[in-house]
Structure formats: structure tokens, C-alpha cells
Design a protein around this ligand. Structure first.
Ligand code: MIC
Ligand code: SF4
Length: 639
């Protein structure tokens, strides 16, 4: 058996492990972050569960840390109080980015982790089966429910050799993205193995599993070995270590081989994480801004490499360099070692240990800027500046680029050398609140916390106009943008509804409201990116009845179903071309069609034609969709 199947087998509660079939697995740990957390906890509260049923659940506050009004502060107070009163740990703002801190303080090889953030698979770096999901699925897991998912195919990525010439773990995942593309991982788990694995530390592995989210993969996983033991020991948690690996000769559904010693520094060009080219081939373009950090590249070793490059050098006068260490642990160690002084001396701006610029919380670049980032997403407009061009690179490429002021291939620069794994990390958990230390916590709900919408049961006849026709690879950043102006309203769906699909068509929301809802038509991989269920809850609020696309990204499809919005797939892709914005669509006998099978006939009244869509749902999900979503099925009604 391969490793992914072993962990699934150990947690299987329903179904058989046949790729494409629905299975259910027990969830050992959950994590939430603040921008998806408020919704997740509101939903969790509606399940009337006194204490979480998981082995460990942690609420992180790391996204929404610019308190420019009362809204974020209200959200933080709500999350802290609702978590502590339900047996959930709280990682306070300043403690770090959820994925980095979870790896450091809570990750355990062989356990399952479900997180309301798409980069939860970072935990695969320590041998967890770590999956991103919408907040509602996490709420269900917290209340003791299993996670239902489609049994993925398992892809083996065999790593050979050892990285050299300033190539980095980031270049490994950029190479995988170049080979497989942003939709190549949908319905798959990426499992790393081979001799090259031993040469990578846990934080390096976590960089690779983190950005597996950009492949659309269910998750990515590394074995747990002596590197894992060394990391856990240095975190004072050797007791959590357990060796885990695939059996010799284990079988896989697909295989890819990457020779680490042949890897060149790579960059993902605007506006997609799979638009990957060698840095050298892109050329020495002038760079206005460099941002180092995010859950992909903000470990101690990443920061020490950056400090080593900056030591004795100066940031180019025409370039801005920001650095956000991934956790307070990392920042403390930089400070104690003197590396922080090297970073500051060079002229970098050191930001809070949080997501920051990665989610547009500050540092939006200037008009038409070129921004080089160590992050994982360069989707259109995600920085908050639609005209900016973002390149995703390794910390080595970013640091040399900041010094030179132009995109720099680090393989042509002096060798940075290895940063040894510390024998002990600076462990200090005083920003982690333990529920047992608090009694009688009252849940605090400020005026920014608004009720979330709940759908009603599906009508027999579903009608509506096509409100918008989108292209391939529409991201959740298109559907429900997030930035410093909007993130404070994550608990306020009515407010957010004015911005739905704004980067694609700023008139969408107004038109949807005027029409009283309708359909969205889209190309392939609709909803890639974030786990934010706001990308479904806001369309639900706008009375969107269905999205008809060539294909869907996993988490977003689940979020649509959870909200009772139909994720319909064109049976014949040519019908996408024959359907236009403004067309009036009718699904006659919708309930019966769904009950009877997978093919749904849609009538295009405007074009006087019919076409077929596929809606592949298990019997369980049919009930969900017919009821109008998970909460409607559970008898809850909206306000
Ligand atoms: C992101 O990177 O897009 C986010 C912000 O972390 C999201 C979660 C969110 O939208 O709150 C994600 O990746 O799931
Ligand atoms: Fe935060 Fe960016 Fe990571 Fe999302 S991708 S969790 S915004 S650092």
C-alpha cells in the first residue's frame, strides 16, 4: 500500500477505497483561521455541540490582522470566545500563520487534519493527511462528523538526487505545477517518495505540500522519517514521532519523477501558479516590490537563507522589500541569532508574523508594478492592484532580486549554503490559549457578526437567466475578492454581496440583485484557489441557483453543494459556446431529474434548444442538494 492509502485506511468510516467512489474518514484534528473561522464557528454553533469531538482543534488568528475599524477586532473577540467555550485552542494574532504554527506545535504524523483553509495540506510535510475544506465541513468535523470525500487517485512523485546551485524546495513544487498544471491535481493525492526525500527537511517538505493546493489536489503527503523525528525533537515533541512510509513496491495510479540535482530556479509568471518558466528565461526585468513570507516560504531556514543573502548587502533603492516571518518562533530565533539585524540593516521592512500581503492585507503594489513574491498565488487582482504583475519564486530568488532590483537567477549568484536544522527551536506557547485554562467564557458577538444565509429546498422547476459567462480557471479571488477593504466583512455576507465577481464584471452583483438571481456559466476549473465558502454563500445570498461549468475545483464544488447551489457540468463542452450571457434557462422537473440520475436536461428558452449537464451526486449529496444545503437538510432555516 502507498502511504496515502494507509492513512486513509486507518481512518475509514464508510465506503471502499476505490478511486472515484465516495468515502468517509474520521478527522483527528481541525484548524480554522479568522477569515473563514467566523462562518465556521457560526455554523458550528448552529449544530448545538457543547465541546469539540476531535483530538485537537485550533482556531488561528492570522489573516485579518489590520484592525482599521472595529470589524476585525469584533471577529477576533468572537472567535476567541466561541473557541475557548467549546474546547478549542486559540492561537492569538502575532503567533504566526496557521499552517506554519500548526506544523511547529500541533502536527502529528499519521493523523488526519481538516482545515478551513486551502493550504491545510502543508501538514503533509510532517506526514499528516491534511485536507482543506469549507468552514461547514470543518464545523461538521468539530462536532464529531466524518469528512465525506471522493476517494482520490494517488500520484507518486519520485524525487531523485539533491538540490544544488541555490535551487530550493519552492522550485520543486513549481516544477510539479509546470508538469501537472493548476487542474492536474483535481481528484488526486500527491505522494512524494524516493531517495531525494531524505535530503529535504520538514519545512522544505511543507513548502512542497503547501503549494500542492495550487494543483487542485486533495492533498500532498511525505513519509515520516528521521528528518521528521529531528524536527519534532527540536520542537520538544519527539513523543509525537511515528515512522511512516509506503510499502516497498507500493502501487500508484500515476507516476512522475523529478531529479532535484537538475532543477533550475523557476518562477510562476502572471497570473497563474502554473505559468512556470526558468527565472533565467524570463530575463532581468525591473522589479518594484519583493515580498518574502506566506505559509509557503516563511520557515526559520527560509528566513535564515534570506538573512544570509542580505547580510552586508543593500536592498536596491528603487525596490521595496517586505519580510513576514511565518511565526513568532521564527521571528524570535531571527532576533536571537542576530539575523534580524542583517535583514534590517539591508533595508527590508519587517512585517507582522501573519498572512499580510499574500491576501492583500496591505502592501498592494503601485499601478503596473512588477512584484516578486515567495507566496503561492499570483491570481489576477489578488494583491489589491489589478494592473500589477506578480511572479512567484523561492526565497533565494526573491532575496537576490531585492538586492539587484531586477529578477535575478540565484544559480548565477554566490552559493547560500545549507542552514542546519536547529537542535532546538525557540518554543514559547504563551500566545496559544488552552481552553482548560478558561472557565465560563461568554461568547461575544459584535455588530459585525451577521447571520449567514441558508437556502430553501430546491424548487421543482428551476429558472433564471445566465447572469455572466466566465472563462477557464476562475478563482475564488474572482468570485469573492479578499483584500484589506473586504476582509473585515467576512462575517457580513450582505456587505460582501456587492463585490461578487467584481474583478470579472463589476456590474454582476447589481444585475444579480435586480434579476432576483439566476445562473453563472463558466469554463474549466471554476472556483480554483481558496477554501472560502463565501464564494458560495455570497452567490447563495444573490439567489444563484446553479453554476454550469466545464469543470469545478474540489473545495468550491463542495461549498456549492453544501449551500444548495447546483454545480452542473456541461456534458458536451460545445454547449458552453452555445450558451450566452442573457439566455433564459429552465430546468424542468429539477427534483425528479436529480433523483433519477446524473444527466440533467436544461432548456435554453432564448436559443430554443436543450442541452445536457452532468450532476454526479451520491444519494447522500442528492438529499443535501434537494433540501437546499447541509444546514437546510438539518432543519435549520435562514433569517
Ligand atoms: C487564501 O490564501 O486565499 C486564503 C485567504 O488563505 C484562503 C482562505 C480565505 O479565503 O479565507 C484559502 O486559501 O483557503
Ligand atoms: Fe495566508 Fe497566504 Fe497562506 Fe492563504 S496562502 S493561508 S493568505 S499566507
Amino acid at each position: 500500500m502507498n502511504l496515502a492509502r494507509k492513512i486513509i485506511a486507518a481512518h475509514l468510516t464508510e465506503g471502499e477505497m476505490t478511486a472515484g467512489e465516495e468515502i468517509a474518514i474520521r478527522i483527528d484534528q481541525t484548524l480554522t483561521q479568522d477569515s473563514t473561522g467566523t462562518m465556521a464557528y457560526l455554523q458550528f454553533e448552529s449544530m448545538n455541540c457543547d465541546k469539540v469531538k476531535t483530538m485537537r482543534s485550533v482556531a488561528y488568528i492570522d489573516h485579518n490582522t489590520l484592525q482599521s475599524g472595529f470589524e476585525n477586532a469584533d471577529d477576533h473577540a468572537y472567535i476567541q470566545s466561541v473557541a475557548l467555550s467549546h474546547g478549542i485552542y486559540v492561537s492569538k494574532p502575532g503567533n504566526g500563520i496557521c499552517h506554519q504554527v500548526h506544523l511547529e506545535r500541533f502536527g502529528v504524523p499519521g493523523l488526519t487534519l481538516l482545515g478551513s483553509d486551502s493550504h491545510t495540506p502543508t501538514g503533509g510535510g510532517i506526514g499528516m493527511l491534511a485536507i482543506g475544506a469549507g468552514g461547514l465541513d470543518v464545523a461538521v468535523a468539530m462536532s464529531g462528523g466524518a469528512l465525506h470525500l471522493t476517494m482520490p487517485k494517488i500520484v507518486k512523485v519520485e524525487l531523485k538526487g539533491k538540490l544544488k546551485n541555490n535551487a530550493s524546495a519552492k522550485d520543486v513544487i513549481l516544477e510539479v505545477l509546470r508538469l501537472l498544471t493548476v487542474k492536474g491535481g483535481v481528484g488526486k493525492i500527491i505522494e512524494y517518495c524516493g531517495e531525494g526525500v531524505k535530503t529535504l527537511t520538514v519545512p522544505e517538505r511543507a513548502t512542497i505540500t503547501n503549494m500542492g493546493a495550487e494543483l487542485g489536489a486533495t492533498t500532498s503527503v511525505f513519509p515520516s522519517d528521521e528528518q521528521t523525528r529531528a524536527f519534532l525533537k527540536a520542537q520538544g515533541r519527539e513523543c509525537d514521532f511515528k515512522p511512516l512510509a509506503a510499502d516497498d513496491g507500493a502501487s500508484y495510479d500515476e507516476e512522475v519523477t523529478i531529479d532535484l540535482s537538475a532543477l533550475k530556479p523557476l518562477a510562476a509568471c502572471p497570473h497563474s501558479p502554473d505559468a512556470v518558466k526558468p527565472v533565467k528565461d524570463i530575463g532581468k526585468i525591473k522589479v518594484d516590490q519583493v515580498c518574502i513570507g506566506s505559509c509557503t516560504n516563511s520557515s526559520y531556514a527560509d528566513m535564515m537563507k534570506v538573512a544570509a543573502i542580505l547580510k552586508g548587502r543593500k536592498v536596491c533603492p528603487e525596490t521595496s522589500l517586505t519580510i513576514s516571518p511565518g511565526s513568532r518562533q521564527v521571528l524570535t530565533m531571527l532576533a536571537k541569532s542576530g539575523a534580524l539585524a542583517d535583514i534590517l540593516d539591508a533595508g527590508a521592512r519587517v512585517l507582522e508574523c501573519a498572512c499580510g500581503p499574500c491576501i492583500g492585507m496591505g502592501q498592494s503594489p503601485k499601478t503596473d508594478a512588477v512584484s516578486v513574491r515567495t507566496f503561492n498565488r499570483n491570481f489576477y487582482a489578488r494583491t489589491g492592484t489589478a494592473s500589477a504583475s506578480v511572479y512567484l519564486v523561492s526565497p533565494e530568488t526573491a532575496a537576490f532580486t531585492a538586492v539587484n532590483g531586477y529578477l535575478t537567477d540565484p544559480s548565477e549568484m554566490p552559493q547560500v549554503g545549507e542552514i542546519p536544522m536547529p537542535t532546538s527551536f525557540a518554543v514559547n506557547d504563551n500566545l496559544i490559549l488552552k481552553p482548560d485554562d478558561f472557565e465560563d467564557v461568554k461568547v461575544v458577538r459584535g455588530p459585525n457578526i451577521k447571520p449567514f444565509p441558508i437556502n430553501t429546498e430546491l424548487k421543482a422547476k428551476v429558472t433564471g437567466g445566465v447572469l455572466i459567462k466566465c472563462e477557464d480557471n476562475i478563482t475564488t479571488d474572482h468570485i469573492m475578492p479578499s483584500n484589506a477593504k473586504l476582509l473585515p466583512y467576512r462575517s457580513n455576507i450582505p456587505y460582501l454581496s456587492d463585490y461578487c465577481l467584481n474583478p470579472v464584471d463589476p456590474t454582476f452583483s447589481e444585475r444579480a440583485k435586480a434579476a432576483g438571481g439566476g445562473f453563472i456559466v463558466a469554463g474549466a476549473n471554476y472556483g480554483q484557489g481558496s477554501s472560502r465558502e463565501h464564494a458560495a454563500l455570497v452567490p447563495l445570498y444573490l439567489k444563484i441557483k446553479g453554476v454550469i461549468a466545464k469543470s469545478f475545483a474540489r473545495i468550491h464544488r463542495d461549498n456549492l453543494i453544501n449551500s444548495g447551489i447546483l454545480p452542473l457540468v456541461f456534458e458536451d463542452a460545445k454547449d458552453y459556446d452555445k450558451t450566452d450571457a442573457g439566455d433564459e434557462l429552465v430546468i424542468d422537473d429539477a427534483r425528479k431529474q436529480i433523483e433519477d440520475g446524473e444527466i440533467i436536461t436544461v432548456r435554453n428558452v432564448t436559443k430554443n434548444r436543450t442541452f445536457e449537464c452532468r450532476l454526479s451526486l451520491t444519494e447522500r449529496l442528492k438529499k443535501v442538494v434537494l433540501a437546499g444545503g447541509v444546514l437546510a437538510l438539518a432543519g435549520k432555516s435562514g433569517k
